[in-house]
Design a protein around this ligand. Structure first.
Ligand SMILES: [Cu+2]
Length: 255
């Protein structure tokens, strides 16, 4: 009897541990976000420690950016690394809905353990710091952003006849489960993805994928894994506080 009790207790401890570990691996990345006023103060205090990276397109950057910000396209890993140098990078886009969080996560995976995102992007900065009115047409370029913000995808060769794979993904505040999808080069991939609480979204920019996920409605996304690499995906609907939303990320790995 004693042995059985010890066995049950051990089993419960191990089960709890494995659940804790699973949760930990899903939430290991926590985006740090700064409100515009916080960022402004941070830069006044500690200018040399941080670098602000504008990860929108060059056209948007040229139309107006945060003073001192360096430009790098959000999907251009090498440009991002170069812009960050040996400093702590803080990224932003128009609203920091997709491109800002994507670039920060991408830098994190490149070894930058401290990364930040400007909450609300340049829109919030313009309102809070520059005191621009978002309905003023003079500032249209600041508050509007282009429709297509995906990278160009030149046609690539991929092995044919690699078959098909399917995955079920559940999106909830503030994670995708699973948050890592591993497929083989050339496979046809279908993601059956559903939100189990509020409106989320999923964007896999390198594959031109962007889908809004209303609660409890399954969306099917099909594409060919026609290029190798690790491709981050993000929730592109601001679904919570800035740091929660910006932490809702995952990886598509094409082997
Ligand atoms: Cu979300």
């Amino acid at each position: 009897m004693k042995k059985i009790v010890i066995g049950i207790v051990l089993f419960l401890i191990l089960a709890t541990l494995s659940i804790t570990q699973k949760t930990a691996s899903n939430t290991s990345y926590q985006a740090v976000t700064y409100a515009p006023v916080e960022l402004s103060n941070l830069l006044k205090r500690d200018k040399d420690k941080y670098v602000v990276i504008d990860v929108r397109s060059k056209v948007e950057y040229d139309a107006g950016h945060i003073p001192g910000a360096i430009h790098a396209d959000y999907y251009d890993t090498e440009a991002l690394k170069k812009a960050a140098g040996d400093k702590i990078p803080i990224t932003y886009c128009a609203f920091s809905a997709m491109r800002g969080p994507y670039a920060a996560y991408s830098l994190y995976q490149q070894g930058f353990k401290n990364v930040g995102v400007l909450a609300g992007g340049i829109s919030q900065w313009a309102e809070d710091i520059e005191e621009m009115d978002s309905s003023d047409p003079r500032f249209r370029t600041v508050f509007n952003h282009p429709k297509n913000i995906f990278p160009d995808r030149p046609k690539t060769d991929y092995p044919k006849g690699r078959g098909e794979v399917q995955f079920n993904i559940v999106a909830t505040r503030f994670k995708f489960e699973p948050n890592e999808i591993v497929v083989e080069h050339g496979q046809k991939v279908t993601l059956h993805i559903r939100s189990d609480d509020i409106v989320h979204g999923i964007a896999i920019p390198e594959f031109g994928i962007e889908e809004e996920l209303p609660p409890y409605e399954e969306k099917d996304i099909t594409f060919i894994a026609d290029r190798r690499g690790t491709f981050p995906f993000v929730c592109n609907v601001i679904c919570g506080r800035a740091h929660e939303h910006a932490s809702m990320v995952g990886n598509l790995i094409v082997k």
